[in-house]
Design a protein around this ligand. Sequence first.
Ligand SMILES: NC(=O)c1ccc[n+]([C@@H]2O[C@H](COP(=O)([O-])OP(=O)(O)OC[C@H]3O[C@@H](n4cnc5c(N)ncnc54)[C@H](O)[C@@H]3O)[C@@H](O)[C@H]2O)c1
Length: 329
Amino acid sequence: MRIAINGMGRIGRLLFRRLINDPAFTLVAVNDIMETENLLYLLKYDSLYGKFQGDISLSDNAIVAGDKKVIVLQHEYPSQLSWKDLDIDIVLECSGKFTNKAGASEHLKAGAKKVLLSTTGSPDIPLMIYGFNHHRLDNTIEIVSPGGCMTNCSTHILYILNSIGIESAQINILHSYTSRQELVDTAHKQFRRGRAAAESIIPVEIDLAQSLERLLPLQDKIAAVSVRVPVTNGAMADFTVQLKEPAAKEEINLLFKKAAENEYKNIIAYSEDPLVSADIKGDTHSCIIDGTLTSVAVKQVKIIAWFDNEYGYTSRIIDWLLYWKKLMS
Ligand SMILES: NC(=O)c1ccc[n+]([C@@H]2O[C@H](COP(=O)([O-])OP(=O)(O)OC[C@H]3O[C@@H](n4cnc5c(N)ncnc54)[C@H](O)[C@@H]3O)[C@@H](O)[C@H]2O)c1
């Protein structure tokens, strides 16, 4: 399967690292508006995941990594990209810029067969969460939104809890800072996103509740906020859920433990270790339920789950690629 990545930021570069030597795929080309020398540098040295394993260099308009050669393009608009000539099966749209149907469709017009976003796109793009409803994919679907990292964590947790019955849910995702914030105080249309990311605990607006309501039968029952905290990686999702019936802590933990061992194996995990966010760097799960922190007050339950917002998320993107490959062959 021939793959291209548009947008070589945190997610795009981690996907590059993870796909380049994967025998299931051929990473054909990457595109970003940044200078190619800068892209090479950022691929080689990564503050979170360390130095690139093996040799990596530039040759003409390509990045050479070991015995692999990946074409580098530098265009602003997908319509400028030569996906037809390069015979691209799937574009991974990781720029965060072309997340509505019109924008993502430009990759199809440029000749790609399919587009996989790296976020929750506009409502006219099918939203499918790997491990939850990815089986709805069929060959007629050309653009898929696999949700964001927070949606991938929260969907499973709420779905599993809803087997008891959910009255309402409040979610707070404590999340490492991202490039959609500022390092020093700057003007931003969401004022708080413009504040120095490493200096404060910063609440930000998110569309997680709307995404979850597209996936689960919980209309008008979910509210969500994210609080950005001064760490570079990792997230802790905090769910306060009003159940329809009282339930014991042990009963709830058993639900998650069984799900992690069976139908959600490799997608969610269950842990009773005293975790902190540094422990989950490089973890491949969409969430790790922390059973030690489950607490219950009559019908109200609190669940805490961890995830690596980059590594866990790119693991699902790779699952998507494998699944799509099977379907397309
Ligand atoms: N970082 C995370 O934890 C995370 C997790 C899940 C999903 N996502 C989603 O993935 C997307 C990318 O996030 P990120 O954190 O990698 O962002 P990022 O800012 O690190 O990367 C975005 C990249 O896109 C490039 N770019 C900007 N405009 C472009 C254009 N017109 N054409 C091509 N490239 C362009 C930028 O130069 C940059 O390299 C966002 O939609 C985000 O919501 C991010």
